[in-house]
Design a protein around this ligand. Structure first.
Ligand code: PMP
Length: 391
């Protein structure tokens, strides 16, 4: 190996370390889904995205075991070659039923889905309008597509309208993309207004509902929560790795759109199919979500309980941010909470804008009410501090 390669890696890591931006794994899940292990200590997990505890559900695990015995451990090839194992058809049917769409396409992950979907639909003749706070993989997918991407200020419908009026006529197609639930703030996209604007300007509305499915709209996600149909939000993307507790990504859409994606999306074609056991686990978890509405309501109920305990406004999703500003403050809060027995992850730039480092609390079905009340007590001094410093 050339010495310059090692040196480059070492120097870059040192620079990141000095800037407080080096990233390292933090903790791993254990036991019943409430706890994680971190440096030999067990902490209550208020950071993972396993919102419903389905990553450790025995019934879901049994579905995976059955598929493992029947279909083996690996996908073995791309879905278009030999990897299209029978559990895939069931999973895609289950997803389409949950979302009320004609069809669904499953990808290897949510990230891969967005890298594939956007370039399969639009190119350099087209326009992408994107919320400023959209997830990184929507930004990467948009860049890969070669379409002109214009970002509008977060959830600002008037600013979006101005951009549409200015640019829409100059491009062939227009794709309007937004997170359904914004992953670092927990707020919802104004989907009713966005779908009306999209209809008015002949734009294709696409949501990334990674954090909405399973926990909003009776489990169906943010489109259902906004009482909109698949006609009004024709491209609904999401992940199977959060509330569904497994792994994989998907797009729910009309039949021809799904078929176009299967034929064109490079991250669908040129990658190995998911392991069949994972596919089967995803289906079992989605069935659970569909048949157990109380389970899917619980994370938001717990988030509201936490916010009420802290005197914060009622959250719209199970993600509750406590914005502290400086990176150092967020890290200090994370460490203090860990010492008190809670894993609450500090989120810093570039994941969030400069000066908005924060604690990101995720409320999950396995938590007990007493866990949430205890966390409220531990968080209260930090919340009081931000309130005192607010302009
Ligand atoms: N979109 C959003 C909004 C996300 O938060 C994430 C996961 N961090 C993804 C997409 C990617 O999903 P996956 O983890 O399945 O790749």
């Amino acid at each position: 190996m050339p010495a310059s390669l090692r040196q480059h890696a070492r120097r870059t890591l040192e620079e990141l370390e000095a800037a407080g931006r080096r990233r390292r794994p933090v903790a791993t899940g254990t036991g019943d889904g409430r706890l994680v292990a971190r440096h030999g200590q067990e902490l209550l997990d208020f950071s993972s995205n396993d919102y419903l505890g389905l990553a450790r559900d025995p019934e879901v695990a049994r579905a995976a075991e059955r598929a493992l015995a029947e279909h083996g451990t690996g996908g073995a090839a791309s879905r278009l070659i030999t990897g299209d194992h029978p559990p895939y058809a069931e999973l895609e049917a289950e997803l389409a039923a949950l979302k009320g769409t004609e069809d669904a396409v499953v990808f290897g992950s949510g990230y891969l889905a967005n890298l594939g979907i956007l370039p399969a639909l639009v190119d350099r003749h087209d326009l992408i309008l994107a919320d400023k706070l959209n997830h990184a993989c929507l930004v990467d997918g948009a860049r890969l597509s070669g379409a002109r991407m214009i970002r509008y200020p977060h959830a600002d419908v008037a600013a979006l309208r101005a951009r549409l009026e200015r640019y829409r006529g100059r491009y062939r197609h227009c794709l309007l993309v937004t997170d359904g639930v914004f992953s670092m703030d927990g707020d919802l996209a104004p989907l009713a207004e966005l779908s009306a604007l999209a209809a008015e300007h002949d734009c294709w509305l696409m949501t990334d509902d990674a954090h909405g499915v399973g926990v909003l709209g009776g489990g169906a996600g943010s489109t259902a929560a906004a009482r909109l149909s698949a006609e009004e939000v024709p491209l609904q993307m999401g992940t199977l790795s959060k509330a569904v507790g497994g792994y994989g990504g998907y797009l729910c859409a009309a039949r021809e759109v799904a078929d176009l994606i299967r034929t064109r999306a490079r991250s669908f074609i040129y990658t190995t199919a998911l392991p069949p056991a994972t596919v089967a686990a995803n289906t079992a978890a989605l069935r659970r979500i569909r048949t157990d509405p109380a389970l899917s309501r619980r994370p938001l109920e717990l988030a509201r309980r936490l916010a009420a305990g802290l005197g914060l406004p009622a959250p719209e999703s199970p993600i509750v941010p406590v914005i502290l500003g400086a990176d150092r403050a967020a890290l200090a809060a994370q460490e203090e909470l860990a010492a008190a027995g809670y894993l609450v992850q500090a989120i810093r730039p570039p994941t969030v804008p400069e000066g908005t480092a924060r604690l990101r609390v995720t409320l999950r079905a396995p938590h007990r009410e007493s866990d949430v009340d205890a966390l409220a007590g531990a968080l209260a001094p930090w919340v009081r501090q931000t309130a005192a410093e607010a302009p």
